[in-house]
Design a protein around this ligand. Structure first.
Ligand SMILES: [Zn+2]
Length: 293
């Protein structure tokens, strides 16, 4: 009896050990799987946020990266700050779209969005930092004009190193282009960002000259810029423009990119108020397709 009892007890203990081990192994495996897979899931939908530099007033200039490909496309809003606030809202729309539809970014492509290069100028007009909506914007366009310049009074899109001059023009006005090329922290931050990232193309959003404008410095329009301009123009419906002839511009950011062989265009929205998503989304998706080749 005693021997039988012992055998039974040992058998029961062995079976229980097997069952408990199985349960433990399952739990550990499940937890392990969760721990390993969680960051991957986050990375495919959420952007990587980085700060490319600080503004005159010390605000962070943010960049958001979507996708993991080695072909990098950059979209930049608000180089003219609060005066062109709709270009900033357009970047928010793109960011929300990419977060909700990560599968639209081809595997070989990364997208970097800089919502506002002149972040102080945006804040001055909308009265807050970070995301804003159209309800934060003054109705009177005159009140937005001061937000075009950075807080040193410089037009950032005249502060870059292509035919730079101390003063330049905006419509019929003379504007400050800074003490020297890249004298302004915002322009310098963008320069460092460009030199650090191997960009295949850059799109600046402005308003309101209704067109896709090619960039060019001393050596004419880059073939890659012509393709970029024509691809975006055809898909969006904005007219393709090889040059901006309304008034003379020196020290423009896209023209500096041309000087270092990076294709770039300035897409001018048609108005100061709309984001024209129905035109810009096809333009963006056409670039994704073009750069998938
Ligand atoms: Zn502009």
């Amino acid at each position: 009896m005693r021997a039988d009892f012992s055998k039974k007890t040992v058998s029961v203990i062995i079976i229980m050990i097997i069952i408990i081990s199985g349960i433990l192994a399952f739990v550990i495996y499940q937890n392990g799987k969760k721990i390993v897979s969680a960051p991957v899931e986050i990375n495919t939908t959420s952007p990587q946020k980085s700060v490319i530099g600080l503004s005159v007033q010390g605000r962070e200039i943010e960049a958001f990266t979507y996708g993991k490909g080695s072909t990098t496309l950059a979209f930049v809003g608000g180089i003219h700050g609060g005066y062109e606030w709709n270009s900033v809202l357009l970047t928010y729309k793109l960011m929300d779209y990419l977060e909700a539809n990560p599968e639209t970014i081809p595997k070989n492509i990364s997208v970097i969005v800089i919502p506002a290069l002149n972040v102080d100028g945006v804040s001055k007009v909308v009265g807050k930092d970070g995301r804003f909506t159209v309800t934060d914007v003054p109705n009177d366009i005159e009140q937005t004009k001061v937000g075009r310049f950075n807080m040193a009074g410089v037009d950032l899109n005249r502060n870059f190193d292509c035919s730079w001059q101390a003063t330049s023009t905006w419509q019929s006005k003379i504007v400050s282009a800074g003490k020297f090329a890249f004298s302004e922290p915002e322009a310098k931050a963008f320069k460092n960002f460009v030199l650090k990232n191997n960009l295949s193309a850059v799109v600046f959003w402005h308003s309101q000259s209704n067109g896709v404008y090619a960039s060019m410095c001393q050596n004419g329009i880059l073939p890659g810029t012509l393709d970029l301009m024509n691809t975006y123009a055809k898909a969006s419906g904005y007219p393709a423009q090889k040059s901006f002839d309304s008034y003379a511009i020196t020290g423009a950011a896209d023209d500096w990119l041309a000087s270092i062989n990076i294709p770039a265009v300035s897409v001018e929205l048609k108005t100061h108020e709309s984001i024209e998503w129905d035109k810009n989304l096809p333009g963006i998706l056409a670039l994704f397709k073009y750069y998938t080749k």
